[in-house]
Design a protein around this ligand. Sequence first.
Ligand code: CA
Length: 224
Amino acid sequence: MRLLVVEDNKELAGLLVEGLKAGGYEADRAARADEALHMAGETEYVAIVLDLGLPDADGMSVLRALRARLDATPVLVLTARDSVNNRVEGLRAGADDYLVKPFAFEELLARLEALLRRPQQQIASLLSIADLTLDVASRRVHVGGQLQTLSSREVAVLEILLRRKGRVVPKRLIEDQLFGLSGDVSSNAVEVYVHRLRKQLADRTPSIQIHTIRGVGYMVAETP
Ligand code: CA
């Protein structure tokens, strides 16, 4: 049971890591946002404890980047900012729980236990639009209750669009998520996948449209 603690304050991070070890977990520490994303990409953590005030970026951007790259590791956000807005923003960005500093260490342990008890399906979400659902964990797509056969790339594109439904998703972002940052991508690869997905959906339901916003990207929306 390995956890990642993302906290720049050395003293607090040390206490957290030691406390978690005493609580029976293994724990790694990252002090910066870029370090956290790198470590989360290298190791399968059972959960991430994430401070929002980091030196190189807001912790919220770490959370968004994790979710954007389809990492569903449970995230417990730690913050000194006790405002409703921050809580709402954190939960919207995909945090699983929230703890405001200062907190009792026992409470952190209790919340982590609760997070880890949740079945995986609840952590990985079910995305939906109109009569379509996509189960992120099983990669199954249903339209009108019928299981659909889509290629894994098509499902990946669909997921990226559904996570931001009703908003424009930059083409560049889809490219990064499909092919990583290798840069070894033909310039129209995303267009090809979006085109295929659009055709697949058009064959199955009239209720969903993928709009092209020229020079920017794509947006999935319900047909008005
Ligand atoms: Ca901090």
